[in-house]
Design a protein around this ligand. Structure first.
Ligand SMILES: [Zn+2]
Length: 144
């Protein structure tokens, strides 16, 4: 048996993790505190995702992170039956939902707490937080 080339690397079948950048770090820090934060423009007042250096509506760089209600409606979804990634095989079939938040931005996540039924477009949902490990908490949604 040989030692792994990079002992700190995740196991080959670990689930991929979100890419965190200086722009998105406040979002993920908020999730760890069980707060859904959205970058919001202090000039036009609109919230947006994904996070970036300027408002996508008016190009202002006066942005502030504001706590969202955590409520929204499913705008679209897929149910995955194929093993695209070995790490997700135990979860098959699983859903991926896009939720239009009350504040406007759409967030891609999973619907949980739904008893295994298919998500419904237009369904009211609210955010819940899934602590994956010490450095990652994922937002997910459950029926409201
Ligand atoms: Zn703006």
């Amino acid at each position: 048996m040989t030692a792994p080339l990079n002992p700190s690397a995740p196991p080959a079948h670990a689930k991929p993790r979100p890419r965190m950048s200086p722009d998105s770090k406040p979002f993920w820090d908020g999730c760890r505190r069980h707060e859904l934060l959205l970058p919001t423009c202090e000039d036009c007042g609109r919230a947006h995702l994904p996070p970036g250096p300027v408002c996508p509506f008016c190009f202002s760089d006066r942005l502030a992170w504001k706590k969202a209600s955590g409520r929204g409606r499913i705008s679209t979804f897929v149910v995955v039956h194929k093993e695209w990634f070995p790490a997700f095989k135990p979860d098959l079939p699983y859903n991926v939902v896009q939720v239009e938040l009350e504040e406007g931005p759409r967030l891609t996540a999973n619907l949980v707490g739904h008893g295994g039924r298919k998500p419904v477009i237009g369904e009211a949902v609210r955010v819940v937080f899934d602590t994956v490990d010490d450095s990652l908490t994922m937002p997910r949604f459950e029926p409201a």
